[in-house]
Structure formats: C-alpha cells, structure tokens
Write a protein that binds this ligand. Structure first.
Ligand code: PMP
Ligand code: GLN
Length: 380
C-alpha cells in the first residue's frame, strides 16, 4: 500500500514500553506517572457516572468544565477566555494539536517546529499535505535560536509551534523568548500553536510563560493543555484548546468530525476538581520538584550526568562516560541488559546533532520505582 506517512514507524514510546515489559525493566521511558490520581477526582468521576452523565457531552465540551478552565486561566495567567467561544475540550492534547493543525494548515503550507519536538507534530503536518520546517534548539541548553527561526520564515509559513516546558528537555521559555515570538509574528498572518501540557510542572520559583499572558500572542494562538499531566491520569486522554473565537470556530469544524466530543463523566469530574481543589495544580510544581531533586541527587551517585531540569517531568542524562553507542542503541542496551527503560532523543529530531549522547528518564514515579532504577544504574 502506498503509505501516506513514509517516515513514520511505531512511536518510540510504544517500542520502549514493550521492550521494558519483555525484559522486566523499570520503565522510566514513556512519560506517565505510576502513582494514583487524586482521591477526590476518582470520587467525582464515579459520582458523575452515577448521576447519569454517560451520554454524548456537548460537542465543545461540558459547560461547567469550560467555565472552570476560564476561571483557572484567569487565576493563573491574568486573562479570562470566553468559555463558550474560546475553549474546546478534546481527547487529550494530541487531538487538540491534530485539530489545530488541520483547521488552518493547507497543502503546500509550511509549519515551523523547534527540534527536538514531540513526535505527534510532524505526522499531523504531513497529513495536512504541508511541510514541517525544522529549526534546531541548542543541543545542550535547548534554548531557541530566534534568528534561525526568523530566517526560516517564508511566504508559505502558516504556523509556528512552540512547547514550554519542553518535552524532552524540560527547558522553559522566559519573558524574552515570548517577546521574540511576538516580534517575529507581528505583521504576519502566521498562527501560533503553543503546547503547554506541562504548564503546572515548573520549578525553582519560575513562572510559566503561557502564550495566554500576552494579548498579541493569544489573539493568533491555539493554546493546548492536557489534564493527563496535571492530574496523573494520562490514560483518560482529556485535554483542551483555548483560541480566539474565529480560530476556535475553525478548530471545532475539525473536532466535531474527528471525535465530536470526549469522555463526558471525566469532564464533570475535572470541572469539580478545578473549582474545589485549585491547590492541586498550584502545588504540582513543588510536588514534582521534590521528586526531581531526590532523583538528581541519586543520579549523581551513578556515571550518568544529569542536565538541568527547569520544568516538566523528564530528566535528560549524558551517558558519554558509560557508552559510545548512539542513543537508540544505548537505550535498547540499557533496557535489555541493565533493566532500565529510557527514551532516546533522536526520534524527536529531523537531524539529530552529531555525537549527541543523551537519554530521557521520566521521574513521574514513586520513590520505590526510582530507587529500583537507581540501584540498577549504579552498576553501569
Ligand atoms: N505534547 C507534549 C509535549 C507531550 O509530552 C504530550 C504527552 N506526552 C502531549 C502533547 C500529548 O498529551 P495527551 O496525552 O493529553 O494527548
Ligand atoms: N507524551 C509521553 C512522552 O513523551 C508519551 C505519550 C505517548 O506514549 N504517546 O513520553
């Protein structure tokens, strides 16, 4: 069959999780927490089902949840979107990213992505008949090169995609970066897609620079987030997209024929959580910072060199003192021979930097899981 996605195989997350199961490895590869969701959320979900919220939700999402997101956005970023016209609930951030791209990107258009980038971006661009234009982040700090982004813009550029806190590196954009984005987009009709799924997982007192804080950005942006990251429930696949009314209208044209709506009971449960327990997302940074600090201290007793992690729940490690294998081979070896599954960075790139020796470890895990991994990593 003539494939529409010649560059795509099975995602690295599936490949490495399978390998972890086959070899009994501690799985620090695919990004998912191994601890329970908040008790109140489970209660709220059960109550929502018992109360009969089991049929199709509104296409745009349960109104109480859209209202709750509007309130949370105001609380966090000082601006309140219109719950009816500007917020749409999706089946995870993945659906939101797919819908946003397909809503506005046409065949022949170009979309600028910053490498390394999350693996669902380029296939969605390809399926729209458009071209992903890759601009590399710094291979060590993962800082953006805004001059290179400027230079990559052509009359065909339709969209710029950004992701802060960043997967896989944890790097975060500062105010200056957001000003650069605004200045680059000013006077163009380029749309911004800001992937902010790790918005609440930020460390050391830093502030998440949401595109929603900046009027000149939010007026041309799809801002995407996911409850999977914030509420330890990646398997529920509920996310959302905030965009101005005209962009949301186009977004909803795709959403309504892609999935129409998403799991109704969970939407009621998240509405309750956001309103009744804002401490959950407000304290999430501190919760993960403790895990990061504990894990980093342990890694320093191994031969792996941990890089700085400003946000998110991934720790990059430099393994060059352990092995000269390329990252894909190293991660397979680590999983099969040493019993710890990790994710290589090369699948996040069009062209991986030559000689890069980095692997990604997920620390969204119970202390016991991380301890078991460290015990094995000490033997490297
Ligand atoms: N964007 C990034 C940067 C991610 O890390 C993920 C999940 N790993 C997603 C999007 C997708 O989120 P969801 O699981 O809600 O579809
Ligand atoms: N986002 C998760 C990660 O980066 C994986 C999600 C998936 O498996 N598709 O590990």
């Amino acid at each position: 069959i003539a494939t529409k996605l010649p560059k795509v195989g099975t995602t690295i997350f599936t490949v490495m999780s399978q390998l972890a199961v086959e070899h009994g490895a501690v799985n620090l590869g695919q990004g998912f927490p191994d601890f329970p969701v908040p008790g109140r959320l489970v209660d709220a979900l059960t109550r929502a089902m018992q109360a009969g919220h089991n049929q199709y939700a509104m296409m745009t999402g349960v109104p109480a949840l859209r209202q709750a997101i509007a309130g949370k956005t105001e609380r966090c970023y000082g601006w309140q979107p219109d719950a009816d016209a500007e917020i749409t609930i999706t089946s995870g951030a993945t659906e939101a990213i797919f819908d946003a791209i397909h809503a506005v990107v046409r065949a022949g258009d170009e979309v600028i992505v910053l490498d390394p980038c999350y693996d669902c971006y380029e296939p969605a661009i390809d399926l729209a008949g458009a071209k992903a234009v890759h601009v590399a982040l710094d291979p060590l700090t993962f800082a953006p090169d805004w001059a290179a982004v400027r230079a990559a813009i052509t009359p065909r550029t339709r969209m710029l995609m950004i992701n802060s806190p960043h997967n896989p590196s944890g790097a975060m954009f500062g105010v200056e970066d957001m000003r650069e984005v605004a200045s680059i987009l000013a006077g163009t009709d380029i749309i911004l897609l800001s992937d902010e799924v790790y918005e609440h997982i930020v460390f050391d007192g830093a502030r998440h620079e949401s595109a929603l804080r900046y009027p000149e950005l939010r007026e041309r942006a799809f801002v995407v987030s996911s409850f999977g990251k914030t509420y330890h429930c990646t398997g529920w696949k509920i996310g959302y997209c905030i965009a101005p009314p005209a962009l949301s209208a186009e977004f909803r044209k795709v959403h309504q024929y892609n999935v129409f709506c998403t799991f109704a009971p969970a939407q009621h449960a998240f509405a309750e959580m956001l309103v009744e327990e804002p401490e959950h997302y407000e304290e999430l940074g501190a919760f993960y910072q403790a895990k990061r600090d504990r894990f980093r201290a342990q890694l320093l007793t191994t031969k792996l060199k941990p890089l700085a992690v400003p946000g998110g729940y991934f720790q990059l490690v430099d393994y060059s003192t352990v092995s000269d294998l390329d990252d894909a081979a190293f991660c397979r070896w680590l999983t099969i021979e040493k019993g710890v599954a990790a994710i290589p960075l090369s699948p996040f790139y069009e062209t991986p930097p030559a000689g890069q020796r980095l692997a990604r470890l997920c620390f969204a895990k119970n202390d016991a899981t991380l301890d078991a991994a460290i015990e094995r990593l000490r033997l490297l």
